[in-house]
Design a protein around this ligand. Sequence first.
Ligand SMILES: [Mg+2]
Length: 189
Amino acid sequence: MLGAIAGDIIGSVHEFTETKTKQFDLFTPNSNFTDDTVLTVAIAEKLLRGGNYVDNVVDYFNAYPDAGYGQMFLRWARSGSREPYNSFGNGTAMRVAPVGWAFKTLDEVLSEAKASAEVTHNHPEGIRGAQATAAAIFLARSGYSKADLKQYIEKNSATTSRRGWRTSASRINSTKPAKARFRSPLSPF
Ligand SMILES: [Mg+2]
């Protein structure tokens, strides 16, 4: 999660620019956290303290209303609606990192990633994006290689709309507990 937040801050000054080099200062006077961090923390808080995703997402939006949200999300959050708006954007993937950490098995991660996504992004692509990202995080902490992750995501990205996430014919065991564990409460940083 700290990696996700650091990446958000580091990338904040490069979003919508065409940076083509890896030679840049990681942190600049203009670097800041964005909507990615705010909503990642909203998801983590639901996992740590209970409640529900939609209230946390809206509460965090209200606490940080100028963090750079997308237009569809802004319209939804300001409208007071609690119904999902069928987005297939990347907003679910950008906030799902804690889900990849919080559960013991891939099956649980996939199911909770869906739950965290569908409060706003009930379109299948919005849900799949969250599941792909959460699965990658879970598999990395379970000791699978980059090649395993790539194969798993690629294989499933072609088929999940119709059949759900599959683990047959790959080295992935969807009920095997992860090696690294989520510590609760999060250690302060
Ligand atoms: Mg952002």
